[in-house]
Design a protein around this ligand. Structure first.
Ligand SMILES: Nc1ncnc2c1ncn2[C@@H]1O[C@H](COP(=O)(O)OP(=O)(O)OP(=O)(O)O)[C@@H](O)[C@H]1O
Ligand SMILES: [Mg+2]
Length: 252
């Protein structure tokens, strides 16, 4: 299957009167990782959540502009958000597995979207766990509670859960910030694997992590994108003074 990406055009997000994201136009390519960086409160999570319409759940939140995936602007009332979220997965800062078995955490999505066959579900569970580098650790306890896994394992389970429904795009909001260094490097290795298949957008506060895992980086400040470029350019030869100040740790 052809891998696809997505883009935004003039995307603004408001919480009541307050504008949190200001006319952001970015494109995210298939088989690439884009890192979103910037100081706390600059709108990274707000922007990320708008990409799969998670902000719809927040009262008083209003989004203007376009979000394109293939030839469709999904920032549109007629968009079916359930199937949209199947195509655009999300991994949160804190691992949030369901209070169910490892197997059920992964089978839930495909079953919900119509796969009922037990053998097919078994296959999806195994493949998803393998892709999330968790199969070896869990194959003998698939029917045990997901909550008995370590934090790092739970986060890989959440990644397995998001890929089980075969999305095109995976959004990650600081997916390793609650994890220890070993689990963090496992997540980073996993991102490098997954980008061979998916378009990945990751918010991170960790500059080294952004430099290690991403192909492109967008620097956000006060809701605006100050600079968007190939990651090595952002970190070695930024064009804007604000970018240079931020990556050298002068603020944020
Ligand atoms: N649900 C909400 N209701 C009202 N305002 C909000 C809401 N969520 C975020 N904001 C505001 O929008 C702005 C952007 O917040 P956002 O969480 O997107 O920033 P961020 O860049 O992800 O920050 P951090 O790095 O701390 O996670 C902030 O001023 C924040 O207070
Ligand atoms: Mg955030």
């Amino acid at each position: 299957m052809e891998a696809i990406g997505m883009s935004t055009n003039d995307l603004s997000v408001y919480y009541a009167e307050k504008q949190a994201v200001k006319r952001v136009s970015l494109d995210f390519r298939a088989k690439q990782v884009t890192a979103l960086i910037g100081p706390s409160g600059c709108g990274k999570s707000t922007f990320l959540r708008s990409l799969n319409r998670m902000n719809d759940l927040i009262p008083d939140c209003r989004i203007t502009g376009e979000i394109w995936i293939r030839d469709r602007n999904i920032n549109d009332k007629t968009t079916d958000v359930v199937s949209l979220r199947q195509r655009i997965g999300m991994v949160w800062q804190r691992p949030n597995p369901f209070h169910k078995s490892i197997y059920e955490n992964i089978a839930f999505g495909p079953r919900y979207h119509g796969t009922k066959n037990k053998k097919k579900l078994d296959e999806i569970v195994e493949q998803s766990l393998r892709k999330a580098a968790l199969w070896e650790e869990t194959k003998d306890r698939l029917h045990n509670s997901a909550l008995a896994l370590s934090g790092g394992q739970q986060q890989r389970l959440c990644i397995a859960r998001s890929i089980a429904v075969k999305p095109d795009i995976i959004l990650m909001d600081e997916p390793a910030s609650a994890l220890d260094p070993v689990s963090t490097s496992k997540i980073e290795e996993l991102i490098a694997e997954l980008k061979q298949e998916f378009c990945i957008v990751i918010v991170t506060h960790n500059m080294h992590q952004a430099a290690r895992v991403s192909d492109k980086t967008a620097f956000f400040l006060n809701g605006e994108v100050v600079e968007h470029d190939v990651t090595t350019n952002i970190f070695t030869n930024p064009q804007k003074q604000e970018t240079s100040d931020y990556i050298s740790g002068r603020f944020g």
